[in-house]
Design a protein around this ligand. Structure first.
Ligand code: ATP
Length: 356
């Protein structure tokens, strides 16, 4: 079997079925051919797709004459597959430069397809829930266009110090180490207009130049801007993220954007941990009756369709907003509230999913 023939075939094998736009060749990490026996190593950060990839690769390799096919997986980012000629910019493997965020054990991105669904509220309360469980936690507000982390953590007046080597020292709010572009801007009302390279530089300083811990943080929660824009893609291509949590409300319009969000995370090879349905229902304090204000939820359907799950449903509770405005996550301010219990159970679920 000829090497070039195999590479060409892998290049032609798209992986559209699992929602990504690249081919088998793009995730090829190693290959050995001896006669009609072939060994390949494929990059796949999560074992969720191993069976699919194995079947697919076996099928196409047998079609071009392979008799013995041995397939292995690695979660290390792949290198370019055609070393003879440097590939043009657009075809360069975007995952070559992925790095881990220093001094952090697990990195979780909190995202939403659409603004205003409560993404920052969920991110801050997840950080607080993990803190309440005794973990060492950091919160990074990467919402470069509308940072609300400092308000929600009551940290608007906190100072960010820089060490001599340029590393930023995160201030601490409610025991959570935190950083936000909001702390570095001259005033809360300053509009932020990022141009490509400046955004990239600021984000990469945020990701890699913060001295999160003397030893290691257990969890870093990254609060992303809403949508599927530059920040999300840059983050996905430069940092190793252990999983993404997608926040939505039960309305159909929000769910359409959830699909886009899941597809984007698939593209940048970040495993989706699951979906949090926020503002899911309202419990009338007088009657205890439960109302689904946005109508019957279809989140379950979307989760199934994309092979993921609902991590939990958070009710609409005025206390969530009130304490958010006061700068205290409801998980710390009102431990016995329904929303607080929901956040604690979501955090537990995430831990389970990340540590199996
Ligand atoms: N479960 C809830 N119950 C009541 N109010 C909530 C709940 N979740 C969020 N809110 C309130 O809704 C508003 C929007 O929430 P938040 O700022 O977290 O949304 P977001 O998705 O991060 O918005 P964006 O990214 O567009 O800035 C806030 O005032 C927040 O306090």
């Amino acid at each position: 079997m000829a090497l070039q023939g195999v590479i060409d075939r892998l290049k032609k094998t798209s992986l559209e079925e699992i929602g990504v736009s690249f081919s088998l060749a793009d995730i090829l990490r190693d290959m050995k051919i001896e006669g009609n026996s072939i060994y390949i190593k494929l990059f796949s950060p999560s074992d969720k797709y191993h069976d699919f990839l194995k079947k697919k690769a076996e099928q196409v390799l047998r079609e071009i004459g392979a008799e013995n096919v041995d397939i292995e997986f690695t979660n290390e980012p792949p290198k370019a597959t055609a070393p003879q000629t440097p590939p043009p910019q657009a075809q360069q493997n975007p995952f070559e430069n992925k790095r881990r965020i220093p001094k952090v054990k697990k990195v979780i991105a909190v995202a939403s397809g659409k603004g205003g669904v409560g993404k920052s509220t969920v991110a801050v309360n997840l950080a607080a829930a993990l803190k309440r469980m005794g973990y060492d936690v950091g919160y990074l507000d990467a919402d470069m266009y509308g940072p609300s982390g400092p308000t929600m953590l009551g940290a608007k007046d906190k100072q960010v110090l820089a060490r001599e080597d340029g590393k930023l020292i995160p201030p601490v709010a409610h025991g959570i180490k935190m950083m936000s572009i909001g702390l570095l801007l001259p005033s809360e009302d300053t509009p932020v207009i990022w141009r490509g390279p400046v955004l990239f530089k600021a984000l990469s300083q945020f990701l890699f130049d913060i001295d999160w811990a003397e030893d290691q943080l257990d969890f870093l929660i990254i609060d992303l801007p809403p949508g599927t824009g530059d920040v999300q893609i840059t983050l996905g291509q430069t940092a190793e993220i252990d999983g993404a949590v997608i926040v939505t409300t039960p309305q159909d319009v929000a769910l359409i954007d959830v699909k886009k969000g899941i597809q984007m995370f698939n593209e940048v090879m970040i495993p989706v941990i699951g979906i949090v349905e926020n503002m899911s229902y309202f419990v009338c304090p007088d009657s205890g009756k439960r109302y689904e204000i946005f109508g019957k939820s279809r989140t379950e359907e979307v989760a199934k369709q994309y092979n993921t799950e609902i991590l939990g449903k958070v009710p609409i509770e005025p206390k969530v907003a009130e304490f958010g405005d006061l700068g205290i996550p409801v998980v710390l301010a009102k431990e016995d509230s329904e929303s607080s219990k929901a956040f604690m159970s979501i955090a537990e679920r995430i831990i389970k999913k990340l540590t199996v």
